[in-house]
Structure formats: structure tokens, C-alpha cells
Design a protein around this ligand. Sequence first.
Ligand code: HEM
Length: 510
Amino acid sequence: MADLSDVSTSLALGLVAVTLSLFWLKRKNTSRDPPGPPVLIPGFGHLLQMSSQPVQQLRLLRQRYGDVFRLYMGSYPVVIVSGAEMIADVLQTRGAEFSHRPPSFLAETLANNKGLLNTSGSTWLEQRKTMIRTLKMQAATGGHLETYIGKAAQRLTTQFKSLVDSGQADMLDVAPFIKRAVFFVSFSLAFGRQLDFDSEFLISYANHYDHFFRCLNLAVLTAFMPWISWLPGDLVGYKKCKETAEIIVKNYVEPEIARLKSIVNNNNRDVKDSSTVAPFCLASVYIDEMRQKEREGTPTFLSDEHLPITISDVIAGSFDTMSSGLCWMLLYLIHYTDVQETCRREILDNDCDLDIAKYVYTQAVIMEVQRHANMAPMPPAHCCDKDTEIGGYFVPKNTAIIINTDSLLMGPEVGDDPTAFRPERFIDDEGKLHIPKWFIPFSAGKRMCIGMAVARKELLGFIIELLSKFQFSAPKVNGRECMPPLEGINGISHSPKPFHLCVTLAGQRK
Ligand code: HEM
């Protein structure tokens, strides 16, 4: 049973939050404040309104208030920025100014304000640069990324093949298989060792990340209403989320780091026996650089406290987005079977070669899926660390700024009928891949996704392997096609609702 003193403390804190928000709301709006709808329920702000169909809500609000408007998430003001011109101003023209993350209860309690995703300023920049440099080398031709993708994709196809052979692939939920394959790649990049695909360790590690994201979808409410976390019980899954984050770092990330440190510390890099040479990976490069800077006395923000969170941020940054991206891709391919066929033809014509430049059409399909499904309608918030203005409106320092990606991906710049699924919009008159300025599924500017090159190679690598071997179609129930809808769930990212599909060997559709 809940302790009464817990309840009264929570109520008292809740009251303080509501009073503070009333104070905020009573503040006279000056003409320089961004416009926005009135708040009906103090303490909640517009959260209830935004919780169902946020993209449609943002469209309506933009029509009414323009490209810069203000909402309240709980008691916190949030500025929503829409449209090509305003978004380019915030992310690119003044990208450095807006490269900060706003202070957040979740960043503080889940990540201790450490790592890469939630930090700002010089601390963030040094973590980011170290990760980008290493990822670039891994993703370059001849780097390890191709090997990891190749192995993961092959193992995924082996699993699908055995399911097809045993008659278990007529109505298959592919998501768990895809999550493990994606996790295999991220883990290998992070720690330089390739796990056994069916090992308990890999399955349990990937399940923990999966669980973390599922809890976070609702627990994110505590970022705006921290007092919910002080209530007895676990109303929004915040406690489960925190516990899972701690397990991930303690049981999985830290032991891998300790293993790599013992190799790097023993200075075994020159030893001929490859089992004692630190593999080239995100964690070992970080440790190396940190040690080197310590030795030279160079001031650095690379540290033993940041290291596990930075690595965990990179794995987390790739896990949810990549698995959701691949699931969306397969879902669209069963809706648009002619598109699936054209991709397969391109893949077979190129003998499944991994050279990304050879796949103009398949890349255009991946981009159109990213656009049409809009996997990140509300990407992580940015902020400015001093008072500023956007579009002529005053924005106090540390105010959360959210980029309305829907306003670009479904905006007038897209051209004819943005609601239509048409991969050709990414191919120019000369048959070359055309990446328009408005296409920013990985965001843009100083804070854009560090894994874009990895993601593009990885998505393509999996699709090449899968489409060359299998055909994907809607499952049948009592002989009738049962097409899963192109609908998503709004959480931290926009992922497809759980669905089943039918997998057959390529050329043998039922
Ligand atoms: C389809 C796949 C992916 C999509 C759509 C995606 C999208 C994004 C977006 C929208 C952001 C926020 C940028 C901002 O704050 O303005 C982001 C940040 C980030 N992404 Fe990705 N991402 C993908 C794959 C990856 C991969 C494969 C990795 C790692 C290898 C990765 C690592 C990160 C990290 C670490 C950040 C935080 C960057 C920072 O705060 O400086 N992402 N991503």
C-alpha cells in the first residue's frame, strides 16, 4: 500500500507545479511572445490535446497561429517551429545558437546529465566529435560496418528461411527478428565484438532496449510533469524506465567497457595476438583518446562518467529508429507490391552489390518511406542558452524548441500531392538521386543525427539481402488477404502498429 506521507508529499509537489504554471499563465502575454492557444487545464498545459494525433493537432495550430507558436507541455512553455524558412533559420543559419538541449527532468534522472544525446556545449561537442569520427571510419568503404551489416542481414535471412521452410512464415511478426539484427550491428559498432545471433545475451540486451523505449513512450510525460514520478505506484512507467536504463548501463555497457579498458590499459595494441588487441570500435577509440589526453594533460570532457552514457546513447539512437525504419519499409512494400518488384529487379540487376550509388530507385523508396511515415514528427527539443527571438517573437533562454518535421515532409515544397506515396519524387530528370533541402528526417545542422551515413547503408544493406531472397505480402485469413493498415504509434518515434506479413521465397508467392 502507498505510504500516506508519500501521497501528501506528491500532492504538495503537484500543487506547487500547478501554482507555478498558473503564475506562468497569468503572466501578461506581450506582443513579442509567440502566439498560442489558451490553456484549459493548468498543470497539464496542452498535453492532453497533443496526446492524440499530435501531427494533425500541429497542422491545425499552425493554420491558426503561423510558423512560430507556443504551447505548454505541463507547466513548461514549448515553442513549435514550422515551415522551411523558419526551420532553416533555427537549425542551420543560427544552428550553433540553437544547438543546446533544454534542461530536462528525464535527462537528469535517467542519464545524470551525462553522455551525448542530452548534454550541451563543450561537453556535448567533444562526445559528439569522438563518436562521429569513429562512425565515419566504420562506415567508409572497407570499414567494419559493411561486414556487420552483411552478417546481420545473412543471419536474419537464415532465420526467415527456416521459418518459411517450417511453414511458420505465413503470418509473421517480423519486428522481434529485425530488432535483434539491428541491435547486432549497433553492438558490434560500439564494442567491436560480434555476438552470437541466437545468444541469450544478445536477445536479453536487445529486449532491455526495447522495453526501455516502450516504457519511455509514456514516461516521457514526466519530462513535462516531473511530479508524476513522485506519486506512489508507477502511473506512466517512469520507474520501470529508470530501472531498465540502470540495468542496461550496469549489466551490459559497463562490463563491455571494462573488458576493452583492460586491453587498452595493458597497452596490448602492439601485441601480435589479435585476441589481445583492442578492436576498432566506438568504446575503444573513446578510451584511447581519453587516456591520451590525460597523459598529455590536455583538458578534456571525455571521462569515465560520460563514456557509458555516450555509448548507450549511440546504441539507443540507432535501435528504435532503425528497427522502426525497417519495419515501416516492409509494411510499405506489402502495400505497394509493384514498388517491391522494381526494387528487387534493381537489386538483382546489381548482383546484390553493396555499393549504395547503384541503387537509385531503392534509395528513393527508402526516402519516400521516411517521408511518408515521418518517423520523428517531434524530434528531441533544442534550445538556446540565452534569451533570443524566432520569427520576431521573444524566446527566453532554455525554452524547449520543437521542430515540426511534418510541416516540411508533408509541406508544399514536396510538390504534387504530398499524401501520395511516390518514390520518383526523389529521382531527377537524369535518373539521379535527388535529395531536396526540405528532406531532413535526420534533422539538420549542428545537432543532426550522427548516424545518417550508417543508417542509409544499413537500411539499404538489409533491404538488398531481404528482397533478393524473399517476397513479402499481406497475410491471408480464411483465404482472404488481410492487409495491415499503414498506421503508426506516436511515442518517442513514430513506429508502425504491430503487424503481421507473409514471407515466401522470392519467385514463389502463394
Ligand atoms: C532511420 C534511422 C534514423 C533516424 C530517422 C534518425 C533520426 C534522428 C533525429 C531526428 C535526431 C535528432 C537530431 C536533432 O536533435 O536535431 C537524431 C539524433 C541522434 N541520432 Fe539518429 N536517426 C537514425 C539512425 C541513427 C543511427 C544508426 C545512429 C547511430 C549509429 C544514430 C544516433 C543518433 C545520436 C547519437 C543522436 C543524438 C545527436 C546529438 O544529440 O548530438 N541515429 N537521429
